[in-house]
Design a protein. Sequence first.
Length: 155
Amino acid sequence: MGLEEDIKQKKFKSVYQKAGINLTYTTSFMMNRNMRLLKKFGLTLPQFNILRILRGQYPQATTVNDLIDRMLDKSSNASRIVEKLRSKKLVERKVCENDRRAVDVSITKVGLDLLAKIDAVEHEFYFGESTLTEAEAQLLNELLDKGRGAYENEN
């Protein structure tokens, strides 16, 4: 189905308006789909994002402030998310040796094992090879970077 059929709108003011609405609609579609997939593993999207960041840092720990800087959803409360992950034994928190005001966070073996299970179905999270060719996926990445680049200095 196309966007017009999905949202039951026949006309757009411009191709740019349609592209913006299409991007927002597709983002929402993918987030809802990924939330359903992650629910099977007992995770939310922000929790999954933090675990992936920590796996990338492994075996080093990182601070909550670094997690905030690197998270996809900047509105998420990283401290609260880390505490939920700690209660599930997926991460550990320790007072930073260099700065007693900071907290170091690291992924546990349990967290790494859970991500390994998710890795087995990770292809379900993205536009798959059956949807886009590698060249199309590359072009999509370039266009998204270009579009976002026009607004990066607004924050």
